[in-house]
Design a protein around this ligand. Structure first.
Ligand SMILES: C=C(OP(=O)(O)O)C(=O)O
Ligand SMILES: [Mg+2]
Length: 573
């Protein structure tokens, strides 16, 4: 019998394939004393040899799919497994204390991990602690006879089933084989969901019990349009969804015809539709989908894709590639927004109770100015190759914006003095994603060249509802009048100062929100590239004067999200 799972629709499209369980196995073991140390050492050696074999395959795959740099981490793991001191210590422990290999491995590696983690002034050595932890897990899995899943080893079409996917897990997914994914937790604006849209992989997040309902190898249909998954579907169901998939492809082909068209409403008002990107490689998808700008380049993905802080030159190349690829159209690069659900293995941050409310984004940049200044120099140099704008993430106060801008001006002046070519009209703006900032938008508009509303965070902070927590996803209400009023305040404040406002949160591509946003006078909509053409098609049909009336009613008269949705339906009939 077919089982049905309901989750949050994260990325459009339909997929059907066998389930691949990306679930961490239980690696707990019992300690035991042993009589035959030689046999135990042999068991350990076999596990180490198996782990090495596996790592060699993963390394080759990673090098082929992701590049040599990405593969280096696995070389580091192989080196650890050949380290005579580490291995010698484990063997000695088995011999001297007559304990089983699992216990000896764990005790010795724990000592090394503690030692490296203690080197707080040496980020490189701290990072080695993570490597040893990974390697220990791999050897343990072989000792225990369980398999550690690895997306790099997938070589047939699958649907990934996972409790959660981190952005770096998602980055490793190979579109050729990974046809879709479903996770237990997460929300529509968690970063793995955002990336699934960039990669155009149909996805469902927050499905609750995917990992306990689905077993390895079962056929799963992912309906990323509705957020439904069917496990062990019947032939009729497979046929029905194949038809739905065809219809979706046809609809996409119709939208494609608008690729080179301008974004104009029925009454002739122009809007800019931009794409959100994570790396320069995404520029191709942006232009293929008719982007008129890049409204958000999440530069932190450059940091997350590297094994150490990216150098000024590496960053310069990436920003240059993006502005050149957009051929004179504006590219808004957001400075590093690390923290929350975006971590850097080589920049260990102290563990926090509330990472989304903690040390992140501009707070890190203003504190670690070495990192910030390197990024700003790279951006300034790249500005000479196209139309580049910069914005700062998570600005809460006027003081933060002024400080960040001052650092930018200092770096600019230094480069100009050195004779480096730098554009003279770089717009410097800020993300509007903290309610405090939205309330003083009139003040901030005096300093910031533009605003880009980050609704993903603005909504979670306004509603006090974690954007990645499916249990409170009912509170994640983009159309709630409270959110619409904040947005209105931001747009009006910027217009009063002659500035423009864009939106780069996922709400910008939300088909119910778009008519209201057009009515509120939003200037630029930036979204997952795959949402651009359907949004252009929608805007073509609407009349802005009518949408202004809709927006006024939604912000002034409505009490609930549901009322707003009804109103939009009525106005766009
Ligand atoms: C665009 C945003 O930034 P991010 O999703 O990267 O936090 C946002 O918060 O809306
Ligand atoms: Mg944000």
């Amino acid at each position: 019998m077919t089982k049905m799972l309901k989750g949050i629709a994260a990325s459009d499209g339909i997929a059907a394939a066998k389930a691949y369980m990306l679930v961490q196995p239980d690696l707990s073991f019992s300690e035991a004393s042993i009589d035959d140390p030689e046999a135990e050492i042999k068991r350990l050696e076999e596990a180490v040899a198996a782990a090495k074999n596996e790592l060699k395959i993963i390394k080759e795959k990673a090098a082929a799919n992701l590049g040599a740099e990405e593969a280096e981490v696995f070389e580091a793991h192989l080196t650890i497994l050949s380290d005579p001191e580490l291995m010698g210590n484990i063997n000695d422990k088995i011999k001297d204390e007559k304990v089983n290999a699992e216990k000896a491995l764990k005790d010795v590696t724990d000592t090394f991990i503690a030692m490296f983690e203690g080197m707080t002034d040496n980020a490189y050595m701290q990072e080695r602690a993570g490597d040893i932890r990974d390697v220990t897990k791999r050897v343990l899995s072989h000792l225990l006879g369980v398999t550690l899943p690895n997306p790099a080893l997938i070589d047939e079409e699958v649907v990934i089933v996972a409790h959660d996917l981190t952005p770096s897990d998602t980055a490793q997914l190979d579109r050729k084989y990974v046809k879709g994914f479903i996770t237990d937790i997460g929300g529509r604006t968690s970063h793995s969901a955002i990336m699934s849209r960039t990669l155009e992989i149909p996805a469902i997040v927050g499905a609750g019990s995917a990992t306990t309902t689905i077993s390895e190898g079962q056929t799963v249909i992912i309906d990323g349009i509705e957020g439904n998954a069917l496990v062990d579907p019947s032939n009729e169901e497979l046929k029905k969804y194949a038809e739905k998939s065809d219809a979706f492809a046809k609809q996409k082909a119709e939208w494609k015809e608008l690729k080179d068209a301008k974004t104009v409403t029925a009454d002739g008002k122009n809007f800019i539709l931009g794409a959100n990107i994570g790396t320069p490689k995404d520029v191709e998808g942006a232009t293929d989908n008719g982007a008129e700008a890049v409204g958000l380049f999440r530069s932190e993905f450059l940091y997350m894709d590297a094994s150490e802080l990216p150098s000024e030159d590496d960053q310069f190349e990436a920003y240059k590639q993006a502005v050149e690829g957009m051929n004179g159209k504006q590219v808004v690069v957001r400075t590093m927004d690390i923290g929350g659900d975006k971590e850097l293995p080589y920049l260990p941050l102290p563990e926090e109770m509330n990472p989304f409310l903690g040390y992140r984004a501009i707070r890190i940049s203003l504190d670690r100015q070495d990192i910030f200044r390197t990024q700003l120099r790279a951006l300034l140099r790249a500005s000479n190759y196209g139309k580049l704008a910069i914005m700062f993430p998570m600005i809460a106060t006027v003081k933060e914006f002024k400080e960040a801008k001052a650092v930018f001006e200092e770096e600019k002046e230094k480069l100009v003095k050195k004779g480096v070519a730098v554009s003279n009209d770089i717009e410097v703006g800020m993300m509007m994603e903290i309610p405090a900032a939205a309330m003083i938008a009139d003040k901030l508009a005096q300093y910031s060249d533009f605003f880009s509303i980050g609704t993903n965070d603005l909504i979670q902070y306004s509603m006090a509802a974690d954007r990645g927590n499916e249990r409170v996803s009912y509170l994640y209400q983009p159309y709630n009048p409270s959110i619409l009023r904040l947005i209105k305040n931001i747009i009006d404040a910027s217009h009063k100062e002659g500035k423009w406002t864009g939106m780069c949160g996922e709400m910008a591509g939300d088909q119910i929100a778009v008519p209201i946003l057009a009515g509120l006078g939003l200037d630029e909509f930036s979204m997952s590239a795959t949402s651009i053409l359907k949004t252009r098609s929608l805007l073509k049909k609407i009349d802005t004067t009518k949408m202004q009336e809709l927006a006024k009613k939604a912000t002034d008269d409505c009490e609930t999200t549901e009322e707003v949705v009804e109103l939009v339906k009525e106005y766009t009939k």
